[in-house]
Design a protein around this ligand. Sequence first.
Ligand code: SAH
Length: 271
Amino acid sequence: MATPKKTLVRAPESAAPLVQPLPAAGPRAVLRPQQPLQHAASVAARHAAPTGLGLDSAGVRFRMVQRLRAEGLRHEAVLAAIAEVPRHRFVDGALVTQAYEDTSLPIGHGQTISKPSVVARMIELLMGGANARAGQVVRVLEIGTGCGYQAAVLARLARQVFSVERIKPLHDKARELMAPLRITNARLIYGDGMLGHPPNAPYDGIIAAAGGDAMPPAWIDQLAVGGRLVAPLRDEAGRQVLVVVDRTERGCERSVHEVVQFVPLRSGLVR
Ligand code: SAH
């Protein structure tokens, strides 16, 4: 497959807003947020850690989203999803007060929950290209569920989310943390994401939350024509950069974006 290499910094389409409701007919029917904001906030409040943050968590998230917007993140649907998902529910009690800072935090097993700005940026990229022209991304594969935060955000934007995690205790933890949010369109899979997830391929979007030295061939194989993949990857200079691959009728187009810092992509399973 031809892979013309375009080296770009910051794709202009990243700021394009998602086209909002289309008729539910056709192969790419529109997705609505899964729960109204108020409901998400009340669920978050009910399960809040005893720090008092939960009761006002919608307000704290709103301020975080304002900061993300000020930093240049402009995809309104992505920002709305981030405003709805209670990130403090996905971190340990002792870290709850940092949950709405733009920082990655430990989630155990040597792994981290990604920075909100990086989650927003990657999903913004994922929803660009042909997915933006289609108005949405229908079926998404996430590699690296971790605690499930990004999967919960994705579930508000895509019709179906499949998320693979190789560390069993994290897979179990994500299942537990996502359950109270009553997300019905995300499936968590315990497996080696380097192999993708063939049963539900092809995907309109593939997003990796762990960075390797080379792109696993299975990801490209499982990307739909018109689909887009976003993944951290090591470049020739040894830096980890965000790479976007658009699969078209003619082959794959690759663009390279900003430097990032993700945990390593590893093969095999951890029990
Ligand atoms: N999506 C998370 C980020 C988790 S950190 C969030 O919402 O913040 C990245 C995760 O990728 C880790 O949990 C790590 O175990 C996982 N990972 C690394 N290599 C993997 C592989 N080959 N298959 C599946 N998961 C993998």
